[in-house]
Design a protein around this ligand. Structure first.
Ligand code: INS
Length: 283
């Protein structure tokens, strides 16, 4: 018999577990990972203010912190575990290669897409240079306007955020104009925006689609929650299908069991790096 839920939520053949089991943000004080995730978001949602983001941008977007090739930065991800992610309990380097390989299987002709998969989380290197986990990892959302219903833990986590009492920032449009475009929206500070800005600063030749995937892959309240559409312009809506195509691999290839052979895969991806973002980069 036809199961209609399959039509509503097509399950990618490569998903490493049933899709309903991904992104489980239910609260369970006895579950080690759930508590880790909940605490991180509560701290993020309490401290992520307009002023905080301005200050972090001013510091990080000087790109004067260190120099490294993209492959060196990818390798650094073997020292990093994302505490915001309920679906991953292994170093982030594995997730980068899993995402890229998932894309490569279904889009073998699109090197730029595969490379976007490999590097999309490398901005988490922020944490290895002093940024806390709560302003490095996790889903992102705009600051300077009201938080949308689909933001995880929305009901309980923003109560102590000072912007909740701000006369402008606490309104639907906040400091933005209708349909101003996401490029004019200030996102919560974290690895997405940082990686995007590092790529731009170092003059990548990756196409716009890849840059959108990297910049907004953690903006779940938008690409999966359907919120914040009132801030989007035509370009954002044109790019949304690409961000969603990316999201399939980003989310459903996550597994702690079947880990990629990083050494064996490195030469293939080094060639893509040499094509789109070569040399020593400023971070
Ligand atoms: C993902 C996603 C996850 C988050 C990760 C991030 O894109 O937003 O929910 O835990 O840090 O890289």
């Amino acid at each position: 018999m036809l199961d209609v839920s399959e039509l509503l939520r097509p399950e990618p053949a490569f998903a490493t577990k049933p899709v309903v089991q991904f992104r489980d943000y239910t609260v369970d004080p006895n579950d080690r990972i759930k508590e880790r995730v909940r605490k991180l978001y509560h701290e993020m949602h309490t401290k992520m203010t307009v002023d905080f983001v301005k200050e972090r941008r001013a510091s990080w977007l000087k790109f004067d912190k260190f120099k490294a090739t993209m492959m060196d930065a990818i390798r650094k991800m073997s020292e990093f575990l994302d505490e915001s992610d309920p679906d991953v309990d292994v170093p982030n380097i594995m997730h980068g290669f899993q995402t890229a390989e998932g894309i490569r299987k279904e889009h073998p002709d699109k090197g730029w897409f595969q490379l976007a998969g490999l590097i999309h989380d490398v901005g988490k290197i922020l944490h290895l240079y002093g940024e806390p986990q709560w302003s490095t990892t996790g889903d992102t959302f705009p600051v300077g306007c009201d938080w949308a219903p689909s933001v995880v833990y929305r009901e309980t986590s923003f109560q102590d955020n000072p912007d909740a009492k701000h006369p402008v920032y606490s309104t639907k449009y906040g400091m933005y104009k209708p349909r101003c475009g996401l490029e004019n929206v200030t996102m919560s500070w974290g690895h997405d925006e940082y990686m995007y800005q590092v790529l731009r600063h170092n003059k990548t030749t990756l196409p716009d689609e890849a840059l959108y995937m990297i910049r907004f892959h953690s903006f779940y309240p938008w690409h999966s929650g359907g919120d914040y559409m009132h801030l989007c312009n035509d370009k954002d809506l044109k790019m949304l299908p690409w961000v969603l195509e990316f999201n399939k691999y980003d989310l459903y290839t996550k597994t702690d069991d079947d880990l990629p052979d990083v050494e064996a895969l490195t030469p293939y991806y080094q060639k893509l790096i040499d094509q789109y973002i070569p040399g020593v980069l400023e971070w």
